[in-house]
Design a binder for this molecule. Structure first.
Ligand code: ZN
Length: 271
């Protein structure tokens, strides 16, 4: 298997994975969505709420605020040594919010949450939580913990995790002087015209929609679009909780552990 990085920044990763197959790619995708843990607020203790929103609504909104996650210092509450339903400093982070509007209506943003651990904070400061009118107050204590996307989507570390086949395009060998249908039609501008011949401008942008093939008047001899069966392009967009490359690393670790567990169980079957 070979990996080639196409794009990489804080929240996005786009890679070409060669010599893989669909079951493996899909396993990695599903594990990234449902099994890689991230931090999210799970319980809220309301101390004062004179806003117009009910406690539950505010707690729900707080749960959906993505938090920066530290997988090395925290453990999942179910795996934590404390075995306590209230949690301990190894499996729980406390955030507090104390907001009041003294004059006029003002929005309260995620940046006003004060965390006991400066490493576990909202990924963005400007996520609106609520609007407070003059004299209204919101005071609460929120408890964040690690969790998995398969339990609640708020624990999903990715906004998007998808893969597609590596496209393969065969352009017609003859000149297509009077027809530029496929070039004009392609929604991703994959093709261009070069000295009266169809040329590939951006192969990786092709999503194999086949619009160009259908538009081509030279059926069979014109443009052909197919894909490489063992090469893939994978896109991961993180919520900001974890770097996308770390999400992929964790996904492979989890897959490895699941296979090892499976092997152990197979070994335990008496001959
Ligand atoms: Zn604990």
């Amino acid at each position: 298997m070979k990996i080639e990085v196409l794009e990489k920044d804080e929240t996005n990763l786009r890679v070409i994975i060669r010599d893989a197959d669909v079951p493996l790619m899909n396993a990695l995708r599903r594990i990234a969505l449902a099994e890689v843990p991230s931090m999210a607020i799970d319980e809220v203790v309301m101390i004062e709420n004179s806003s117009i929103l009910q406690d539950e609504m505010i707690a729900h909104r707080l749960g959906l605020v993505p938090l920066k996650t530290d997988l090395d210092s925290y453990s999942l509450p179910e795996d934590c040594e404390c075995k306590s339903e209230f949690g301990c400093p190894q499996c729980r982070v406390t955030l507090t919010l104390n907001a009041e509007s003294n004059e006029g209506t003002r929005p309260v943003y995620s940046g006003e949450l004060v965390s006991e651990n400066p490493a576990i904070v909202p990924v963005a400061d400007k996520i609106p939580v609520i609007k407070l009118a003059k004299g209204q107050k919101l005071k609460l204590e929120a408890y964040a913990r690690l969790g998995k996307g398969k339990v609640h989507a708020k624990w999903q570390p990715v906004c998007m995790c998808a893969y597609k086949y590596y496209p393969k395009i065969e352009t017609p060998s003859q000149e297509c002087a009077d027809c530029t249908k496929c070039v004009d039609l392609c929604p991703h501008k994959v093709l261009s015209m070069k000295s009266n011949k169809v040329d590939i401008r951006d192969l990786l942008a092709c999503n194999m929609c086949m619009d160009c093939v259908e538009a081509c008047p030279k059926k069979g001899e014109g443009i052909k679009v197919s894909w490489e069966k063992s090469n893939f392009i994978m896109n991961i967009e993180s919520t900001g909780a974890l770097p996308p490359s770390r999400i992929l690393q964790e996904a492979t670790k989890i897959l490895d552990k699941q296979l090892n567990d499976f092997e152990e169980q197979l070994k335990a079957i008496p001959e």
